[in-house]
Design a protein around this ligand. Structure first.
Ligand SMILES: [Zn+2]
Length: 288
C-alpha cells in the first residue's frame, strides 16, 4: 500500500508514520531523493496528516485532508522557484512573515518549498531564523533531489527523509561537485601544486571528470556573475566570489573558454593523461 500516495523507501515510510503517530513530527524536514512529483505528493500527504481532524491521520477522507492533498488548504502553502529557477530571498521573507500568522482552519500551518536546492544563500539565511525557533504550530518541508545543495546550517536544523534513489544519476553528482569546487578553489591558490593536488582525483576516474566539467564551467560563469555583484548559485559556496576577487573579467572569460575546450577534448576522447595535465597548465597560465 502506498501510505503517502507514492512509492517511497520502506524504512523512510515507517519512520514517517511513526513520527506522525508519536505526535512529535519534526518542525523542519528535508524530503530528499525520488523525483519532483514524488516529493510533492509525499509533502502534501504529510501536510494532510498535520492538518487532519480525524483520529487516524491522514484519514484522506475528511475535508482538511482532501484540501491538503489537492493543494487548496488555507494552512498549507507551497513555494516554488521563480522563472529563473531559483527561490529568492523575497520568497523566504514572505514565508517568514506568514509564519507569524496563526493557522486559519487547522492546528498547524505547513510551508512546503519545492526544489529547495535552488534557494539562494540569502534566502536560506533568512529562513534560518525561523527554522531555529519555529512557532509550535509551524512545519517546514524542504524538497530536493540531494540535500548537499543546502547550507549545512539549514541541514543541521532539519530531519532528513530519503525517498529513494533520484531519477537522475546523483551517485556521481556529489563527488563531482566536490571535485569541481576543489579545482576551481585551487585556481585562487598561490602555487600550481594546489591544482595538481585537486585534479588528482580524476586520474583514475574519467566519469568523475565528465560529471565535473559542466560544474567547473558553471562555477566559472558564476564567478563572472560575482564580479558583477550578482547573487550566485549556493552549491558553489564562496568560490565564485573568491575567483571574482582574485581575477579580472578577461581572465575569468579566458578560464571559462578553457574549460569548454578541455571538456570538448574529453568528448573527442583526447589523450586522457594529457587532459589532466592541461587542467593544471591551461587553467593556470595567463598565456596560451
Ligand atoms: Zn483527514
Amino acid at each position: 500500500m502506498q501510505y503517502f500516495g507514492t512509492e517511497i523507501n520502506k524504512s523512510t515510510e515507517n519512520a514517517l508514520i511513526s513520527a506522525l503517530s508519536s505526535g512529535r513530527f519534526p518542525h523542519t524536514v528535508i524530503l530528499e531523493g525520488g523525483n519532483a512529483e514524488q516529493r510533492l505528493t509525499l509533502a502534501r500527504h504529510l501536510a494532510a496528516a498535520l492538518v487532519c481532524k480525524s483520529e487516524e491521520r491522514p484519514c484522506l477522507i475528511c475535508n482538511a485532508c482532501k484540501k491538503a492533498v489537492s493543494g487548496s488548504h488555507a494552512d498549507v502553502s507551497i513555494f516554488s522557484p521563480d522563472s529563473k529557477g531559483t527561490v529568492k530571498n523575497e520568497t523566504a521573507k514572505n514565508i517568514v512573515s506568514s509564519v507569524g500568522i496563526i493557522p486559519n482552519e487547522a492546528d498547524s500551518s505547513v510551508f512546503i518549498i519545492e526544489e529547495a536546492h535552488t534557494l539562494t544563500v540569502s534566502a536560506q539565511n533568512t529562513l534560518l531564523k525561523i527554522l531555529e525557533e519555529p512557532p509550535r504550530y509551524a512545519f517546514f518541508m524542504l524538497l530536493c533531489p540531494i540535500k548537499t545543495a543546502l547550507l549545512p546550517t539549514v541541514i543541521s536544523r532539519a530531519q532528513v527523509f530519503f525517498l529513494g534513489n533520484a531519477d537522475t544519476d546523483t551517485s556521481k553528482l556529489a563527488p563531482a561537485l566536490d571535485a569541481a569546487k576543489n579545482v576551481m578553489a585551487a585556481l585562487t591558490a598561490a602555487t600550481d601544486y594546489e591544482i595538481l593536488e585537486a585534479a588528482a582525483v580524476f586520474e583514475k576516474d574519467k566519469e568523475l571528470l565528465k560529471a565535473a566539467f559542466p560544474l567547473m564551467h558553471e562555477i566559472s560563469v558564476e564567478a563572472m556573475k560575482a564580479r558583477g555583484r550578482m547573487e550566485t548559485d549556493v552549491r558553489f559556496g564562496d568560490i565564485p566570489q573568491r575567483l571574482a576577487s582574485k581575477f579580472t573579467m578577461e581572465r575569468l572569460i579566458q578560464t571559462e573558454k578553457r574549460i569548454v575546450t578541455l571538456a570538448r577534448s574529453l568528448e573527442r576522447n583526447g589523450n586522457y593523461n594529457l587532459i589532466i595535465t592541461r587542467i593544471c597548465t591551461l587553467l593556470r597560465s595567463d598565456t596560451k
